[in-house]
Design a binder for this molecule. Structure first.
Ligand code: PSU
Ligand code: MN
Length: 311
């Protein structure tokens, strides 16, 4: 156990070694394990995501909370435990103090995983789908804390955009308003999770990994520069066409509204409805995008590491 600003952190051996050796590390969230996929697909996918990061030459650090401690890198047993335990709460940034005080298990979202990554000295994070501005946010004000956290944590975030159950246009506007740099790697469009395009253009495309690395460093050198978002689309063969599922999404959003599903339970509810409507196809595309994003995140983390070493 190690303390960082009085917060207990527990590193697994692989991550501890990697940080000591100054290797590239990529932090991963655990909410996708507990809330994104069903058991045992979630275990299989979480392990495959970690392997995808390793395949690119970086070290994965799956983040979670247990025993009043932030876990930085989980063992296989811990992943199995998070994946199979019922009622592990979703922990976003504002929930962190209470879950740490309670000593109970908590599954970290993008937002809270970024806090953990920064505390642990990890500069890259990966999640296929970041939170965003929800459809109907003009009324509900439901905007994911992930977006705010990007303005607070000095961590680069690699993702496949945000799911199109969200309002992608408003999400892009919000990121701009909040001064969050957003770059799309090897694509003109802002992706939407397992859809290669959300239908929206990205503010900028950069294909050169070294330029991305340099831009991240510039951002961190500039006053106030914190999060830096990089998107990568899922592979052609694994993608679902966004127009094809738009009607399904609209129906699921409406149904959630009618059933008065609210707050942080909405995402899971809608994803389940889409899975049902696509006869499980979305669940398969879901796993593929998680793995692909992790592979690219590992590659970009290694490129960033190389860039810094050559400075
Ligand atoms: N996007 C998804 N599925 C998810 C999430 C996001 O497509 O399960 C999770 C992630 O953990 C993300 C969180 O950080 O939900 C955002 O939740 P909220 O909108 O309540 O902030
Ligand atoms: Mn919300």
């Amino acid at each position: 156990m190690m303390f960082q600003q009085n917060i207990p952190l527990e590193f697994n051996a692989e991550v501890k070694q990697a940080l000591e050796d100054g290797k590239a590390v990529v932090a991963l969230e655990s909410n996708v394990i507990t809330h994104g996929l069903d058991y045992p697909d979630n275990v299989k996918t979480a392990l495959a995501v970690e392997d995808a990061v390793r395949k690119s030459g970086a070290v994965p650090a799956t983040i979670g909370i247990d025993n009043g401690t932030i876990l930085v890198g989980m063992s296989r047993e811990q992943i199995e435990c998070f994946a199979s335990a019922s009622n592990v709460p979703k922990v976003s940034s504002r929930d962190l103090p209470m879950i740490l005080a309670s000593g109970k298990m908590g599954a970290t979202t993008v937002a809270s995983s970024l806090i953990a990554a920064e505390l642990a000295g990890i500069s890259f994070f990966c999640s296929a789908g970041i939170g965003g501005v929800h459809r109907g946010a003009q009324e509900t004000m439901d905007i994911s804390a992930d977006l705010i956290q990007f303005t607070r944590s000095k961590v680069a975030v690699v993702c496949a955009g945000a799911k199109n159950i969200l309002d992608i246009g408003l999400t892009l506007e919000y990121l701009e308003t909040q001064c969050v740099p957003l770059v799309s790697y090897q694509s003109d469009d802002f992706p939407a999770f397992y859809c290669r395009s959300s239908g929206y253009k990205s503010p900028i495309r950069i294909d050169d990994e070294e330029i991305i690395a340099k831009a991240i460093e510039m951002n961190w050198a500039l006053p106030g520069g914190k999060g830096f978002v990089i998107t990568t689309p899922t592979k052609e063969g694994d993608a679902i066409d966004s127009q094809e599922i738009e009607l399904v999404v609209q129906k699921a959003v409406k149904q959630a509204e009618e059933e008065k599903v609210k707050g942080n339970a909405i995402t899971k509810h809608i994803m389940k409805a889409i899975e049902k409507a696509t006869y499980g196809r979305s669940a398969i595309a879901n796993m593929a995008v998680l793995i692909n994003t992790a592979e690219v995140a590992g590659r970009l983390a290694v490129a960033h590491h190389r860039y810094k070493a050559n400075q």
